[in-house]
Design a protein around this ligand. Structure first.
Ligand SMILES: O=C(O)c1ccccc1N[C@@H]1O[C@H](COP(=O)(O)O)[C@@H](O)[C@H]1O
Length: 235
């Protein structure tokens, strides 16, 4: 499962979070956010992590030219659109970005009708992300979505769950939903932009324990297959 830790502002924290098990690091490129950093600051962080980690820039209601510049200067592998970007804008952005750059469209879920919007985006983005709705803030709110309303959500492209996830509630969320990945920001912070590495480590311990349990359950369900595999290996 993809695990994106977002709102990173400090090189040493980016490095530590990658080592702890994140698959993606997120950088806030929205000037109004307390987690905002420039392309030069992003570059300083990503230069310290191996190339296989995903590096996602979060934008809201800006231009294709601005996004292109930050992607290039910051050496990003993907962009997350967190504002009111239309499907047409996503299509236009695809044409202006280098090939292979992932486009993630965030939908801020106010009610179940908001999920219907997903249909308009599935053909022009790579991935959807669901975040909680807040009347004054675009993201990083720490508010959870009412997960029950997402139980029928099954878009034809991969999707990430965001919104108020913490090491304490992530198990509950993943017991109810099966996203392709999760995205955490304020739930693993001491203050905006200052990640709490103890909480990040706690998160990855929870996820590892879940995986061990799931693997054990799977193995107990296929005893014949595993003994057949053992027999094949015998001389
Ligand atoms: O984090 C921000 O400051 C931010 C600003 C503008 C747009 C998006 C932002 N963050 C995104 O919000 C979600 C959820 O955050 P949280 O876990 O509830 O704190 C996450 O995808 C961030 O990328």
């Amino acid at each position: 499962m993809r695990v994106k830790i977002c709102g990173i502002t400090k090189p040493e924290q980016g490095q530590a979070i990658a080592q702890l098990g994140a698959t993606a690091l997120g950088f806030i490129c929205v000037p109004a956010s307390p987690r905002y950093i420039t392309a030069t600051q992003i570059q300083a962080i990503v230069s310290r992590i191996p190339q296989h980690f995903e590096r996602i820039g979060v934008f809201a209601n800006t231009t294709c030219a601005e996004i292109f510049q930050v992607v290039t200067d910051g050496d990003l592998t993907g962009v997350q659109l967190h504002g009111e970007e239309s499907p047409e804008f996503c299509t236009q952005l695809r044409q202006s970005l280098p090939t292979g750059v992932e486009i993630i469209k965030a939908l801020r879920v106010r009610n179940s009708q908001a999920l219907a919007q997903a249909n308009f985006y599935v053909d022009c983005v790579d991935t959807l992300l669901l975040d909680a709705y807040h009347p004054q803030m675009l993201g990083g709110t720490g508010k959870t979505i009412d997960w029950i309303t997402l139980q029928q959500f099954c878009p034809s492209c991969p999707w990430l769950l965001a919104g108020g996830l913490t090491p304490e509630n992530v198990n509950d969320a993943l017991n109810q939903l099966k996203p392709n990945g999760i995205d955490l920001s304020s739930g693993v912070e001491r203050a905006p932009g200052d990640k709490d590495l103890t909480k990040v480590a706690q998160l990855f311990r929870q996820l590892a324990a879940r995986k061990t349990l799931a693997d054990a359950e799977l193995n107990s369900k296929i005893p014949h297959e595993s003994s057949a595999r053992r027999e094949i290996r015998l001389p």
